[in-house]
Write a protein that binds this ligand. Structure first.
Ligand code: GLY
Length: 401
C-alpha cells in the first residue's frame, strides 16, 4: 500500500503525544548505560584498547584503527557523556578516541571524516581537549589529498586494492562520502583556511548534480575520469542492483545534504534533503514502522532484512531537517522511527546482543558481510538522534557547536 508522508504524520503525532515527554530518551539512556558499560569492559580487557564493531555468532568483532567504522565506538561513548554528564563516559571516550591518533595521516581512503570527526570532533566539542583541533586539521589535510580538481570531487576509494580493484573503476565516488565533508567544514572554521570548505562545497555540488535519479533516490557509486571529469558509469557496491535504492545510501544522502546546509546556508542543499525525504516516505516499500529494508528495490521485500542503521541515520537527519526547514512533520517522523527502534523488535534486551544497543542492521549483502547483526554505527546515530530530539524539545538547536 502506498502511503503519503503527511497522512502518516498525522497518525504518528497522535501516537507520540501519548508518551510523557522525554521518557523515551531517559529510558534509552538507561538501557544504553547497561549495554555500553559491558562493551567498554570487554573492549578494554587485556593489554590494548580494542574497537568493537559488531557481534556475530556470540562473539564481539573488533576492527583495526584504519577500518571505516573505527571512530563510531569512541563517538558513542562521547554521546553517552553528553546524555548523562557522567565523567565515566568521557574518560573511556577519550581512551577510545586517542587510539585513533595515526588516522590523521591516513590518505588511502576517504572515511577519515567519519573516523576522526565522530571521535576527536565530539571530544573537542564536549571537552575542548588540547590537541584535538590539530588532529582534525591534519585529517582535513590528508582527506584533501584525495581531491581531484578536474572532476571537482574527493575520490572515495582507491582502485588498486581489495574488491574495488576488480570493478574496473578509475575514480569512484560513493554517496557516503558526503558524510566526510563535516570534518572539512569544521577544519575551515578552526583554521580560517577556506581550502577545506571549498573542496567540501565542490564535492557536494558535483554529488548533487551527478549522483541522483529523477525520483531523488541516489546511486551508490559514480565513477569519474579524474583526468577529464567525465562520468564513466553509475553503479552499486552494497545495494541490490545498480539502479536500486540501497537504504543506507539514501540515509547518507539525506543526512549529508542537511549537514552541508548547516555549514553553507545554501538552499539547494536543503531542497535536496527534502526531496530525499519525499522519496523515502512516499516509497511503497517503506514499512509502516519506518525501519527500511536494506534496499528499497529488493524483490524479496517483505521477506528480506531490515536495516536499523539506516533508520537511525535518517532519524538523526530528520531532526536537523526539521530545525532548518521549520516545517511540521519531519520531527514527528523522526520520533516515530525512534519509537520503532526503541521497541523490542529492534532494541536488544539488556545483557544481550554483545552489549550493542540495536539489533537488525545490514553491512553489505553483496559482500556477505554483517547481515542482520548489530553495528556500532547504528548505535552511534541512534544516540545522536536522541540527543538531537532532546535538544529540540528543550528549544535548542539540535546540533550543538
Ligand atoms: N560507508 C559504508 C557503509 O555505509 O556501509
Amino acid at each position: 500500500m502506498k502511503f503519503k508522508f503527511f497522512s502518516l504524520l498525522a497518525l504518528t503525532v497522535a501516537a507520540v503525544q501519548c508518551a510523557p515527554k522525554n521518557d523515551i530518551i531517559r529510558n534509552n539512556t538507561d538501557n544504553a548505560c547497561i549495554q555500553l558499560k559491558s562493551l567498554v569492559e570487554a573492549s578494554e580487557a587485556g593489554d590494548t584498547v580494542r574497537i568493537p564493531s559488531t557481534f556475530i555468532n556470540g562473539e564481539i568483532v573488533y576492527v583495526p584503527t584504519d577500518d571505516w567504522v573505527s571512530g563510531f565506538f569512541a563517538g558513542t561513548l562521547w554521546y553517552m557523556y553528553e546524555l548523562t554528564g557522567d565523567e565515566y563516559w568521557a574518560e573511556h571516550a577519550r581512551k577510545h578516541t586517542e587510539i585513533l591518533d595515526t588516522i590523521q595521516y591516513l590518505t588511502w581512503h576517504h572515511d577519515v571524516g567519519f573516523m576522526v570527526y565522530d571521535s576527536y570532533g565530539n571530544g573537542l566539542r564536549l571537552k575542548n581537549i588540547d590537541g584535538y583541533k590539530k588532529v582534525i586539521e591534519n585529517t582535513a589535510k590528508s582527506l584533501s589529498t584525495r581531491f581531484r580538481p578536474e572532476a571537482g570531487i574527493l575520490q572515495s576509494w582507491n582502485v588498486d586494492r581489495g574488491w574495488q580493484a576488480e570493478r574496473g573503476w578509475k575514480c569512484p565516488v560513493i554517496i557516503d562520502n558526503m558524510m566526510n565533508l563535516e570534518l572539512l567544514f569544521k577544519a575551515t572554521e578552526f583554521t580560517g583556511d577556506s581550502t577545506y570548505a571549498k573542496i567540501a562545497v565542490s564535492h557536494a555540488d558535483k554529488t548533487l548534480e551527478n549522483h541522483y535519479r529523477p525520483d531523488y533516490s541516489t546511486y551508490h557509486v559514480v565513477d569519474y575520469d579524474d583526468e577529464t571529469g567525465a562520468i564513466r558509469g553509475k553503479y552499486t557496491a552494497q545495494g541490490y542492483a545498480d539502479e536500486s535504492g540501497w537504504a543506507r545510501g539514501q540515509a547518507w544522502s539525506i543526512y549529508g545534504f542537511t549537514m552541508a546546509y548547516r555549514f553553507t546556508s545554501d538552499p539547494k542543499y536543503l531542497e535536496r534533503a527534502e526531496k530525499v525525504a519525499e522519496y523515502l516516505f512516499n516509497h511503497p516499500n517503506m514499512p509502516e514502522d519506518l525501519v527500511p529494508y536494506w534496499d528499497f528495490d529488493c524483490p524479496d521485500i517483505p521477506d528480506t532484512y531490515r536495516d536499523a542503521s539506516s533508520a537511525a541515520i535518517i532519524a538523526s537527519a530528520l531532526y536537523e531537517l526539521s530545525y532548518h526547514t521549520k516545517k511540521a512533520g519531519y520531527k514527528e517522523t523522526a520520533d516515530k522511527i525512534i519509537e520503532s527502534l526503541s521497541s523490542p523488535a529492534y532494541r536488544a534486551e539488556p545483557g544481550t546482543n554483545g552489549g550493542f544497543i540495536l539489533m537488525h542492521s545490514v553491512g553489505s549483502i553483496p559482500h556477505g558481510s554483517c547481515i542482520d547483526v548489530p553495528l556500532n554505527y547504528a548505535d552511534y546515530y541512534f544516540l545522536e538522534a536522541l540527543i538531537r530530539k532532546g535538544n529540540i524539545e528543550k528549544g535548542l538547536a539540535p546540533v550543538t557547536k
